[in-house]
Design a protein around this ligand. Sequence first.
Ligand code: SF4
Length: 66
Amino acid sequence: MRIVLDPDLCQGHGVCQSEADGIFVLERKATTVTVLDGTPPEDRRPEVEAAVRYCPTHALSIVEED
Ligand code: SF4
């Protein structure tokens, strides 16, 4: 799985960091989240899917890779 962030949509709410800490991090004063691990291991999938689902601006998506 690969995480895709649309920086134009991200408004820095930080919901993704709450759902999947360590994969997403919102630096102090940043307005756009940083994806620390764009290809996280499968055991983090539930957290990443929650981050995608609950992002208020739909800035996140998952692309499946072989
Ligand atoms: S929850 Fe969405 S809008 Fe908020 S920081 Fe994460 S990607 Fe950006």
